[in-house]
Design a protein around this ligand. Structure first.
Ligand code: C5P
Length: 419
């Protein structure tokens, strides 16, 4: 057993326990968390009680175990799932049955555990435990994939002897392994960034302009040059800004994403179209967030008809596209806030800072391209935020919606302290 350390002191941990035989291991897990200094609250599904008494988990956690979303004898406490969701620095579901995984993947909220998962702003760590064939089943694997897309971390089930007598993958990871992963995850998240409990700063009466997605540069009626941007980061920013009451316009290159509620979306195709749409709206925007991956070059000529493949080689002449952000920076109002993005492979910090200065930005968000789960595509991102004032902050790997909230938190906090 690894020696417990005070590594979790003052951390707020939610432990969700579901109806699996592995629920008995929740008891040593609570002890490990407590020994490391964490404040632990346990939430169980109704079936978990068949495997481990609430009295055991309540005694070890020194806190009442909650199961039902509407407790019988606690008047007025039905919003507890919201308070708990905001209180937690991390929510661990261990063991997580196929049933609870399915509910989490589809947003069910029929118990205190599932409702709190929907309210939680902190990261979730899901530790599956079930029989081999249930774990292998396409439905379970799809649900686990969905959880990863949402931004939850799924610990792979361990291989070994299962309660059914079968041998295979399906065992809950050992409490020590879960404890160590929790410690690592929280060490990466210095001051509970995603689980921040403060009320987010408002964007009421603020006009916000966001760009997102790739651009497509055609060289004949059917072929285009483009890049791998999915638009997820820009859409998350637009949604987060609208949720804070902002009047948001999103200029979007081609994506498969649904327009965020309450956001005006202007669809564009090429860098030139995006430039026109942005320049027409930049003067009235108070906050400009340019997350689009704009093509830097476009074919100098477009063939009006589909090019024939007559030759072995095709040589295209490319021309620079307008640097939209630079033009906005050149015309920036003194009370306007301008945020750009950078995706760099060589000397990333130095290049991002140079870009911030050249383009007259207030902030630049540097994508970390060295890490799995960051950059284009994945639903998570790891970024560094550099400010005009010279500050630099590394944020932990987080779901993109949380990255968006963190960016808005930093930008608005700096603005409030300036004014
Ligand atoms: O110079 P670089 O392309 O790395 O700068 C990235 C930032 O500039 C991003 O915020 C991107 O949206 C913006 N950009 C732009 N127009 C371009 C190229 C990039 O607005 N033509």
């Amino acid at each position: 057993m690894s020696a417990p350390s005070p590594s979790l002191s003052d951390r707020h941990l939610l432990l969700g326990v579901t109806g699996s035989i592995a629920a008995y291991k929740a008891a040593p897990l609570v002890r490990l968390f407590k020994k490391s200094g964490a404040d632990v609250r346990v939430l169980t599904t109704p079936d978990a009680e068949r495997f481990i008494p609430a009295l055991t988990l309540g005694t070890l956690s020194e806190s009442e175990v909650l199961t039902e979303i509407f407790p019988e004898n606690e008047e007025g406490s039905w919003t507890k799932h919201v308070t708990l969701g905001q209180w937690a620095d991390l929510f661990v579901v261990a063991p997580a049955t196929a049933q609870t995984i399915a509910k989490l993947a589809h947003g069910f909220c029929d118990s205190m555990l599932t409702a709190t998962a929907l309210s939680a702003r902190c990261p979730l760590l899901v530790c599956p435990a079930m029989d081999r064939d249930m774990y292998r089943h396409g439905a379970t694997q799809d649900n686990l994939e969905r959880l990863r897309e949402i931004g939850y971390e799924v610990m792979p089930a361990a291989h070994g002897e299962l309660a059914s007598g079968l041998v295979g993958k399906g065992r809950m990871p050992e409490p020590e392994t879960i404890h160590d992963r929790v410690t690592e995850k929280l060490a990466d998240a210095p001051e509970a960034v995603p689980g921040s409990h403060a009320q987010p700063s408002s964007l009421e009466d603020t006009s916000v302009l966001v760009t997102a997605g790739p651009t497509r540069e055609p060289f004949d009626p059917v072929r285009v040059l483009t890049n791998r941007s999915t638009g997820t980061m820009g859409y998350a920013l637009a949604r987060a800004a609208a949720d804070r009451g902002g009047n948001v316009t999103l200029v979007s290159g081609p994506t498969t994403l649904a327009p965020p509620d309450g956001v005006e979306v202007i669809d564009v195709e090429t860098a030139e179209d995006m430039n026109e749409a942005v320049q027409a709206r930049r003067a009235t925007a108070d906050l400009v967030l340019m997350a689009a991956a704009v093509a830097d070059y476009t074919p100098a000529e477009q063939s009006p008809t589909k090019r024939k493949k007559n030759d072995d080689d095709l040589v295209l002449t490319l021309r620079r596209t307008p640097d939209i952000l630079k033009r906005v920076g050149e015309r920036k109002r003194s009370d306007q806030i301008l945020v750009g993005f950078a995706m760099e492979t060589d000397t990333p910090h130095a290049n991002a800072r140079r870009k911030l200065e050249e383009k007259n930005l207030d902030w630049i968000v540097l994508n970390d391209l060295t890490e799995d789960g960051a950059g284009f595509g994945p639903s998570t991102n790891r970024v560094t935020l550099l400010s005009r004032e010279g500050t630099s902050e590394d944020l932990p790997l987080m779901p993109k919606p949380d990255v968006a909230e963190a960016i808005l938190d930093r930008v608005l906090a700096a603005q409030e302290s300036d004014s």
